[in-house]
Design a protein around this ligand. Sequence first.
Ligand code: UT7
Length: 337
Amino acid sequence: MGNDFIPLKIAGIGYSVPKTVITNEDLTKLYDTSDEWIYSRTGIKERRVVTGNETAIDLGLDAAKKAISKAGIDVNDIDCIISAASVPPQLYPTLACTLQAKLGITKTIPAFDMTAACSGLIYALQVARGFIGTGIYKTILIVAADNNSRITNWEDRGTSILFGDGAGAVVVTASDDGVDDILSIDISANGSIGQMIYTNMPAHNCPLVEQADEVGDGLIHMNGKEVYKFAVSTVPSYVVNCIEKSGMASEDIDYLIPHQANQRIIEAIQNRLNYSDDKVISNIKYYGNTSAASIPIALVEGVEQGKIKLSSTAVLCGFGAGMTWGAAVVRLREGIC
Ligand code: UT7
């Protein structure tokens, strides 16, 4: 970076999950499966789901309020909102615009959704870093929120065991002490393997013309085996490269906070870094895969449970549909959550 690139501060982080728990045992009412099969292959025991009229908007709002409070800012200090939902409850108005209104922001700031599926948090962090670093905006609210349970095919035991609902939010600002909380960050994609996970919008052509061969069903479709192979072959070495770019040695980084997609994928990254269990934050057992929200949920819950001590450093990594992936080495300041 040039000398005049403005450093970024991670000022506040929050998360929110729905109250309703669906256990592996509950899923046996839907199809032929077992707690043993699901837990041994994924590390998941239960997940949270929205009920009634609750959506990712409620979760995102709750997470955003917590992040804003921890950052100690007023909602009108926010210059820009970036939402990173995989499938927002409404395509438009965007989740970001809806949150702008619900947070009571009276300024007409930019607010937009940015989709990179489960890598969304890292992608949004990189976009925010560009805005802050070049002086375009000073204070940005990032919100990752998904109600995966509403786009899950509950007849497909290969995918519906994995996903859960949740939200995470991060307030980033121009750093006031010259310290950059992002020591390195990288994002990447390979669209040529994008069909490993897809959700097609239910949509029809004009009735006056020929119809498309297939109409989307708005549900998650996934080739689990291929996604698994992609994740374990791509992500561990990518994380190692990101750490090298930070100028830190992997052993000097305090925590690995990975996207929570499958415990076996988390362990593949852990093994590559040669990290002991206490350095690796995993809560997939209780939440499943909450898309881009999984990293902030794991981070804040890790602090709440005393697994993470602040005034530390962490390597974050995400991967998912696109296929997309990203990693960042970050500083976790005292008081951010
Ligand atoms: O953000 C990225 C999100 N996605 C991921 O990270 C997904 C990564 N992939 C995975 O986690 C794994 O591929 C799964 C856990 C989804 C599936 O595990 P797998 O070992 O790849 O199983 P499989 O799909 O190859 O299925 C093996 C067998 C099949 O039976 P047959 O054909 O061998 O008789 C499936 O029908 O297991 C059966 N099966 C199940 N059995 C009991 C599939 N799902 C279930 C189930 N319960 N829920």
